[in-house]
Design a protein around this ligand. Structure first.
Ligand code: CAA
Length: 247
């Protein structure tokens, strides 16, 4: 029996990279159904064709997580289809890196609005469902950059914000059997990471005691664990999955 059997999930930004790996891992762990909320609907649809969805239904829903109306509609669409939400993974995220003294207001707002406010909107619409069910698992994807990374003041603030947000929701949700945790990935081989200059990639690898970049599936396995009853007494934590790198 898969450890996510009979459960229904919403995963944001599930069309590629870490999000796609989480969808794949949830399917391997026997999930009942997943609503993938993606800004780019085609990306989600193409991703679904790459996966073995014979035992579960994966629904692609277009959604800009920084838009409250779109999030509300997407959550009701998932509810209409699956009847419940047991697991929420806030994975959607963007970067707009620059040194802070060159950072524009637009770059600050865009990153905070997707990475932090997006998770807020999802929780705003999903937490009431979980409270009613007296069951829920929320995993927010933070980052090693939450602890400070040159060129990422906006991203670091959004990802650090997610940690405080999660710890608070864990304290408030505990009495309703809702577990809330963060995963803070280190440097992972994804399209997002491809924007990093080569010499900085070399520096990141040198600063990673396991001496390599991580793979998306190495994040997905931890997210699946946190979403399962194997982690039933684990809540309010931020688990750094970074090959022992600290920043
Ligand atoms: N510490 C302090 N100062 C530094 C520095 C460092 N590590 N690196 C560069 N600087 C200084 C430079 O010496 C330079 O100083 P001067 O202006 O006085 O000459 C100044 O910063 C600007 O340097 P650049 O000319 O290289 O600046 P740039 O504007 O071309 O690029 C940058 C800056 C965009 C931040 C670029 O260096 C960059 O992309 N860095 C990588 C950021 C990063 O790690 N992103 C992670 C993306 S992956 C991800 O986010 C996923 C996740 O969760 C981890």
């Amino acid at each position: 029996m898969g450890k996510l059997e009979g459960k229904y999930a919403i995963i944001t930004g599930g069309g590629k990279g870490i999000g796609e790996s989480i969808v794949k891992r949830f399917l391997e762990d026997g999930i009942g159904g997943i609503a993938v909320l993606e800004y780019d609907l085609n990306l989600a649809k193409e991703m679904i064709t790459r996966l073995d969805t014979s035992d579960a239904e994966v629904l692609a829903i277009q959604c800009d997580v920084s838009n409250d109306n779109q999030v509300e509609k997407a959550v009701s669409q998932a509810m209409k289809h699956f009847g419940t939400v047991d697991i929420l993974v806030n994975n959607a995220g963007i970067t707009q890196d620059s040194m802070f003294h060159k950072m524009t207001d637009e770059a600050w707002d865009a990153v905070i609005n997707v990475n932090l406010k997006g998770a807020y909107y999802l929780c705003k619409h999903v937490v009431p469902i979980m409270r009613k069910n007296a069951f829920g698992k929320i995993v927010n994807i933070s980052s090693i950059s939450a602890f400070g990374n040159v060129g990422q003041a906006n991203y670091a603030a959004s990802k650090a914000g997610l940690i405080g947000f999660s710890k608070t929701l864990a304290k408030e949700g505990g009495p309703k059997n809702i577990n809330v945790n963060c995963v803070a990935p280190g440097y992972i081989e994804t399209d997002m990471y491809k924007t990093v200059p080569t010499e900085i990639i070399e520096e990141h690898i040198k600063n990673t005691p396991l001496r390599r970049l991580g793979k998306p599936h190495e994040i997905a396995s931890v997210v699946s664990f946190l979403s399962s009853d194997d982690a039933s007494f684990l809540s309010g934590q931020c688990i750094t999955v970074s090959g022992a790198a600290t920043t």
